[in-house]
Design a binder for this molecule. Structure first.
Ligand SMILES: [Zn+2]
Length: 399
């Protein structure tokens, strides 16, 4: 079978662009590849024919839309490459290995102390990846890449910019620590940016090239996607919506500033109030259950938080007028008592639109991934979409 490694890392040639397009889609029609790569249909047809003959591309099934001739779906040969996604979370590490059709081959969850160090995380990831790769007949160096999702903004070079969720990690050079232990290309991004990539690849934003994601969880994060690319900004901390200041003299925030959106909507803030109500510790899962039940004390708390959330999103809509907002994070699972006041506040806050026939206004959609699947699968998508590369590693010579 043709070795796709060189093509996967080739940004320029038509064959490289098609292989990367198929890796991003998992399975696609020639028409989808033409749209995503900008290549002509005849070029695509010739390259696909070569790749098919070499066994690197397979016809998987025909896609019908109920009209006309069905379109053939194509995918890379699943055995043509594997990649891994790693979530570095609060008290947990999760590691997934996928093939080129996006099938999950291995999924491991490792509980770990909340105050784990970057070196401990990297050692743990190396050890687990070795164990997960062995039954697949692979070494870590055979992977097309490892994507790492972390609950903090990251610089382009892979330096952690803030230790909000992982105290002690601020300033840590993730590229240096992980590339010493993992002998393959390394990608890293903050978890909300990974969430946006997961939604683009498998979720509520499939086929969308422009959207904004807001993630409401223990903290509040987000992503702005423009032309299919997650914007990172000058330092890598773009779309940190949780730290938009609503009230300059407001409550102190974990980021070091005051009155951030997160101090009104973030789970940390809501749990503190819930603990006052119940007189004991409350987990975010318990909070969500009680909010869903509509318990007295929770109703107003959730409505006020959702109203502030919609306020923040309305400001974003006024500034960049995107066609779609995706609402992600565990708080979205509260349901209508969170989502309805959020939407009311959102519509009320954004620039009023004239009532013209056919004029589009931003749509709201709830994310497909609402647990931590978005983060770990987004870390896989970092590699599949070649996003957020922080270290080169060795390019696999053969698989
Ligand atoms: Zn803040």
């Amino acid at each position: 079978m043709k070795n796709i490694n060189n093509l996967f890392f080739d940004r320029e040639s038509p064959a490289g662009r098609i292989v990367r397009g198929l890796a991003a889609f998992g399975a696609a029609t020639a028409g989808q590849l033409a749209k995503s790569t900008g290549l002509g249909r005849s070029t695509i047809s010739a390259v696909l024919s070569d790749l098919r003959d070499a066994g690197a591309v397979l016809d998987v099934e025909a896609k019908t839309n109920g009209q006309g001739r069905p379109s053939q779906l194509l995918s890379l040969n699943p055995a043509s490459g594997r990649c891994a996604g790693v979530l570095l979370g609060l008290g947990e590490i999760r590691i997934v290995i996928c093939d080129m059709t996006h099938a999950v081959l291995s999924d491991v969850w490792i509980p770990i102390r909340r105050d784990y160090t970057p070196e401990e995380a990297a050692d743990q990831v190396r050890e687990s990846l070795q164990t997960q790769c062995a039954p697949l007949g692979l070494a870590i160096g055979d992977l097309l890449g490892v994507g790492v999702a972390i609950s903090a903004p990251l610089s382009y070079g892979g330096r952690v910019l803030n230790g909000d969720i992982l105290p002690g990690w601020a300033g840590v050079d993730l590229a240096e620590i992980f590339s010493k232990r993992l002998d393959c290309p390394l990608h890293a991004e903050n978890e909300s940016h990974c969430g946006a990539l997961a939604e683009m690849t498998w979720g509520a934003a499939v086929g969308e090239s422009d959207f904004v994601l807001y993630k409401f969880d223990l903290g509040v994060g987000g992503a702005i996607v423009r032309d299919g690319t997650v914007l990172r900004g000058v330092s890598g901390s773009a779309a940190e919506f949780g730290h938009v200041v609503l009230e300059p003299e407001g409550r102190y925030c974990r980021c070091g500033n005051r009155g951030c959106l997160q101090t009104y909507v973030g789970g940390y803030y809501l749990l503190r109030h819930a603990e006052e109500l119940s007189g004991g510790p409350v987990t975010i899962e318990q909070f969500i259950d009680r909010a869903r039940e509509g318990r007295i004390g929770y109703r107003r708390l959730v409505e006020d938080a959702a109203t502030k959330a919609g306020w923040g999103m309305g400001m974003t809509a006024t500034m960049i007028n995107p066609p779609l907002f995706i609402i992600a994070g565990k708080l979205a699972t509260i349901g209508p008592s969170f989502l309805e006041p959020l939407e009311r506040s959102f519509r009320r806050t954004m620039l009023p639109q004239p009532d013209l026939p056919g004029l589009q206004t931003p749509r709201l959609a709830v994310a497909r991934f609402l647990g931590n699947d978005d983060t770990v699968m987004g870390a896989v998508a970092l590699v599949l979409r070649q996003h957020g590369r922080i270290a080169e590693g060795k390019t696999p010579a053969s698989l």
